[in-house]
Design a protein around this ligand. Sequence first.
Ligand code: HEC
Length: 173
Amino acid sequence: MALKRKGVILTARMLIGILAIFIVLQFIRSPRNLSAGESPASIQTRYPVPADLQSVIRRSCYDCHSNNTSYPWYSHVEPLGWWLNSHITEGKRELNFDEFASYPVYRQLAKLEAVRQQVEDGEMPLPAYTLIHTSAALTPEERERIILWVGAMQDTIKSRYPADSLKRPVRPR
Ligand code: HEC
């Protein structure tokens, strides 16, 4: 009997401990990816981005690949905010549609090719994200739409810039 009571007290203490840690975590706020206004190097400043395509990528990709995240309510609950923030930081480092026009041309081409691959293979948007954020998932038609647009963009870039700017420069040894 005494042993059982001790067990109950221990469990209660553990729960209070976990709750206390959770409350403290709420004060360690994750950074916010929010910039005011249009970015001067965003992809649409240099290339045609049709409105229908724009709305698809805004909905499915921009939370992690732009300078403006549209935060869901749960992002205000730590550590979920930190978890989302790590995806944003990593995602933006790989590809930022709001900085796209500032990339060297060969990098723009390589990133478009990566977009095609990721979308074709269903790797983007991140499955862990679409699990909660179901509206970000792409329909087969939207996938097709992105792939078509990527092809058109690659053609535009190839016709606009000299051949030697399309390849990654080789460093002299
Ligand atoms: C929840 C955040 C999130 C969303 C939404 C998201 N991505 Fe990503 N993306 C990442 C992260 C994190 C990485 C880097 C790690 C990795 O490759 O898994 C990444 C990497 C990439 C890469 C790889 C770049 C390279 O050079 O290899 C491409 C391309 C990409 N994403 C395209 C997209 C596209 C297109 C969409 C929308 C259809 C999208 N992503 C939606 C988080 C996200």
